[in-house]
Write a protein of this length. Structure first.
Length: 120
């Protein structure tokens, strides 16, 4: 049932990483690993089954929304999970936008990336 915002002490922006911000360019990850990383955890962090189910509920739509920035690899075994990674062109686009922003601001410093500190 919907709740009035006034019942909550605080609300937060719903800001997620992009694949280029989240993934190492030369690694592939499973959905459970992605789910942990979206919460600022290490990919191999121990979480209980109920928490993992909730995290995966967030990760699956994130993968779908960012599918044009991802690559996928077949499972390593017939029963194994699929693996996802950042597409090379997504990394290149991020690098190009970072270079373009390097001269923004009075001191010429590169602007920070919102949400890249794990506060998701």
């Amino acid at each position: 049932m919907p709740e009035p915002k006034s019942r909550f002490d605080e609300t937060f922006p719903c800001d997620f990483y992009t694949p280029a911000e989240l993934f190492e360019p030369d690694l592939l990850y499973t959905i459970p690993e992605i789910a942990r990383m979206l919460q600022g955890l290490e990919p191999d962090a121990e979480v209980d089954d109920d928490t993992e189910a909730v995290l995966i509920d967030w990760a699956v739509p994130w993968v779908m929304v960012h599918s044009d920035e991802l690559v996928i690899a077949e499972p390593l075994s017939e029963e194994g999970p699929g693996y996802y990674g950042v597409a090379p062109e997504a990394v290149e686009a991020t690098d190009e936008s970072d270079r373009a922003g390097e001269t923004d601001g009075a001191n010429g410093a590169s602007p920070g990336v919102d949400g890249a500190d794990g506060d998701q």
